[in-house]
Design a protein around this ligand. Structure first.
Ligand code: BGC
Length: 757
């Protein structure tokens, strides 16, 4: 496609009209230019292709498709290769269904367990979110199908999602909320980015140049199309100027006309419009020019794959005894509606019309188990039904073990609104405690998209977190519970003991149209671990049916310069009898004497398969970002000098070995020196010592002949402490009258030059 030529012959009206959708799911074609229309579809964990009726809330029927586990589950796999495989399967489905671009993955940070859409999101940790979503993007795009990483950005709640302003400081923005997108955008190069509904610090993202152009395109090099979330456009002309290319689904021509008028009236340059048109044409051409014809997709094979992905994702949270795997000769009470009709996906725009569903009971059928089934609770309400509970207690009483399938019913979490609390429905908590009165061997299998409180955690022997495990969750449950598969999922989020422990608790979902991200960078384990708060289950936690031993943590150097990479390796051995997969996690603990930093942050991870008895050396390369924080002053990443600790472990609270590494800072801190700068901020910078000395001497009335000695009443250490928080202007009030404002300004100028040099 010769974009330049097409643009030069397009009318202004044609250009404007290309910048919005024809309908819910199609771009507009331009017959005279032979530009075809292309179709996009939700996303993110299966296809929601709607043939005729259209909506973005999942109300209308879509074609039959395979519902893979949602991101809450796949994130727990910690497995890039697995996400890549899932991406390839989604890509093939899109090829077969003539979908140019799948609307996902969704990588927003799980700031609060209450966000109604957490089930679609990956993690509270940006590295995990960006690495896994990047792997999925690469998989989809290897099939010449586009992705739309979403919702860019700071869309961390459903309450007032179209109008709320996320009031976030620049550092938290870069280190947490943008970082979830950054790696995937830079490395996996999604064809499109979907901007979010919300505002950031007052301005709608859909018209926010800082995010859509300065950061996304200029800092990260994104060269694809930015499309709006469905209905996210607030001011179309401002949006176009800020970098929003495509409005979806469109506004019946109203906003297109605004674009035309703005160009005619001179408030919008036609060049800006041309740029957006060019990007949209490139995207259409990318898909059309290599479009695969007559691709078939195998729903049965993808159903199998969905089950295998879930098997690698489910997290074994507790296994006392060990009670699991279950003994196939035992009589087993299977309690809970979710064993027959699992909750395996969330509500809203990601809702898939599943080709089929395999529940645990389906998977266990015909396998010769002695099972006593009872419904236990109703999923339509949280009302306690004593008759259902009595039947469940009866089943538990006559069995060797009771497995309770619990979780959040649809009503409790969905796109469009947030959860009201972090509890399971009351009828399920009561059921679990009643069963525990007659049966000591209780295993709970959970189906939910986000963390829940577990008041019965100490009393049950086993807990499986399945998350929302996709349409073949039952097969995964069967294989995991009976030991045909070894659990290897790890929590991609902390489970706090109670909602009130969460760092966003006082500021979620905010008041009216403002939500303050007052916790800053202290999100998830960055907060809990720094604060030493007791948690129910820590970030990265997950058990296995085998045991892993760590040894030989090595770092390539004990002393490096800021900017240098560091190689870290550790040996992991499977010392049990069953093959399994361990997730090795590397955290970096930065020095705590300067900028407030979390006690440690996940900087690398890998999932390794180990046969019984096998040892593997796992190696990681840490680049300078692993040590850096976002420095507002220099608007860049900054590595502070000092001692860093490299930690290797199996969760954020299970660190096996540590090694210290010293980093020499190549650059000096950057800030503007004024009369109000404190001496303490300058005293540790060797380059400034010569300029500071006369000021200090004057401050303490030190006789020059005494060569800088502070005299009897005050020693050097005391002088340093006294000066730490004294501003330079103190030399004028308390000094030996050597300095006035003018003279001080001269010294400040010299010091500033030395600092900037
Ligand atoms: C959602 C997006 C989705 C779009 C189209 C919006 O309401 O936020 O995630 O892709 O609808 O269905």
């Amino acid at each position: 496609m010769d974009y330049k030529k097409i643009i030069s012959t397009m009318t202004l009206e044609e250009k404007a009209s290309l910048c919005s959708g024809r309908d819910f799911w199609h771009t507009k074609g331009i017959k005279s230019q032979k530009v075809p229309e292309i179709m996009v579809s939700d996303g993110p964990h299966g296809l929601r292709k709607q043939p005729a009726s259209q909506d973005h809330l999942g109300n209308f029927e879509s074609i039959k498709a395979v519902c893979f586990p949602a991101a809450c589950a796949t994130a727990a796999s910690f497995d890039r290769a697995l996400l890549n495989k899932m991406g390839k399967a989604l890509g093939t489905e899109c090829q077969a269904e003539n979908i140019s671009t799948i609307l996902g993955p969704a990588v927003n940070i799980k700031r609060s367990p209450l966000c109604g859409r957490n089930f679609e999101y990956f993690s509270e940790d940006p590295l995990l979110a960006t690495e896994l979503s990047g792997a999925l993007i690469k998989g989809v795009q290897s099939k010449n199908i586009g992705t739309s990483i979403k919702h860019f950005t700071a869309n961390n709640q459903e309450t007032r999602r179209l109008t709320v302003s996320a009031d976030v400081d620049e550092r938290a923005m870069y280190e947490i909320y943008l970082a979830a997108f950054e790696g995937a955008v830079k490395n996996a190069k999604p064809w499109t980015v979907m901007c979010s509904y919300n505002r950031i610090n007052g301005l709608h993202v859909s018209e926010n140049k800082t995010y859509l152009t300065d950061i996304l395109r200029d800092e990260w090099g994104f060269d694809g199309v930015v499309m709006s979330d469905w209905g996210a456009v607030n001011d179309r002309v401002k949006g176009l100027t800020a970098g929003l290319d495509l409005e979806m689904p469109g506004s019946y021509g109203i906003n297109d006309r605004e674009i035309v008028e703005a160009v005619q009236g001179g408030s919008l340059s036609e060049k800006t419009l041309d740029k957006a048109v060019e990007r949209i044409l490139k995207w259409i051409d990318k898909y059309e020019s290599k479009k695969q014809k007559d691709v078939k997709w195998d729903k049965e094979a993808d159903h199998e794959l969905a089950g295998r992905i879930e098997e690698e994702s489910a997290v074994l949270l507790k296994n006392e005894g060990p009670i699991l795997p279950l003994d196939k000769n035992d009589e087993i009470a299977i309690i809970g509606r979710f064993a027959k009709a699992p909750r395996y996906q969330g509500g809203g725009s990601s809702h898939i019309n599943s080709s089929k569903v395999t529940s645990f009971m389906d998977a266990a059928k015909g396998k010769g188990h002695e099972i006593h089934y009872a419904d236990g609770y109703d999923t339509d309400s949280d009302e306690i039904d004593r008759a259902l509970i009595a039947k469940a207690v009866n089943a538990a009483k006559k069995s060797d073990v009771a497995v309770i399938f619990a979780g959040l019913p649809d009503l409790f979490e969905s796109e469009g609104y947030d959860r009201e609390h972090m509890r399971l429905p009351e009828n399920q908590n009561v059921l679990i405690s009643e069963v525990l009165k007659v049966q000591p061997n209780v295993v709970v299998v959970l189906h939910n998209g986000s963390a829940v409180e577990m008041p019965w955690e100490k009393d049950v022997k086993g807990i499986f977190e399945m998350y929302l495990g996709g349409q073949n969750v039952g097969t995964a449950e069967y294989n995991l519970l009976f030991g045909k598969a070894n659990p290897s999922g790890r929590l991609p989020e902390t489970f706090p003991v109670k909602l009130e422990d969460n760092p966003s608790y006082l500021n979620f979902p905010g008041f009216m149209d403002n939500v303050s991200y007052a916790e800053g960078v202290f999100v998830g384990y960055r907060y809990y671990d720094t604060k030493k708060t007791e948690v129910l289950f820590p970030f990265g936690h997950g058990l296995s049916y085998t045991t892993y031993k760590y040894a030989n943590l090595k770092v390539s150097k004990r002393k490096i310069k800021a900017g240098d990479p560091l190689t870290v390796s550790v040996d992991v051995t499977n010392i049990g009898r069953m093959a399994g997969k361990e997730v090795v996690q590397v955290y970096v603990a930065a020095p705590q004497d300067g900028m407030p930093r979390p006690v440690h942050e996940l900087r690398a991870f890998d999932k390794v398969a180990l046969r019984a008895g096998e040892t593997k050396t796992v190696t990681f390369e840490l680049d300078s970002r692993a040590f850096a924080y976002w420095d507002k002053e220099r608007h860049d990443w900054y590595v502070a000098a000092g001692d860093y600790t490299i930690e290797a472990g199996a969760s954020s609270r299970d660190i096996k070995f540590v090694k210290k590494v010293n980093i020499e800072a190549a650059s000096k801190p950057r800030f503007t020196i004024t009369e109000n700068t404190c001496f303490g901020d300058l005293m540790d910078i060797p380059e400034l010592a010569d300029s500071l000395k006369p000021l200090i001497n004057s401050y303490f009335h030190i006789d020059k002949k005494e060569k800088g000695k502070a005299g009897d009443a005050i020693n050097d250490k005391m002088a340093k402490e006294l000066l730490r928080f004294s501003p330079l202007r103190g030399v004028i009030s308390f000094g030996d009258s050597e300095y006035d404002h003018e003279k001080l300004a001269k010294v400040i100028k010299v010091m500033q030059e030395k600092l900037n040099h």
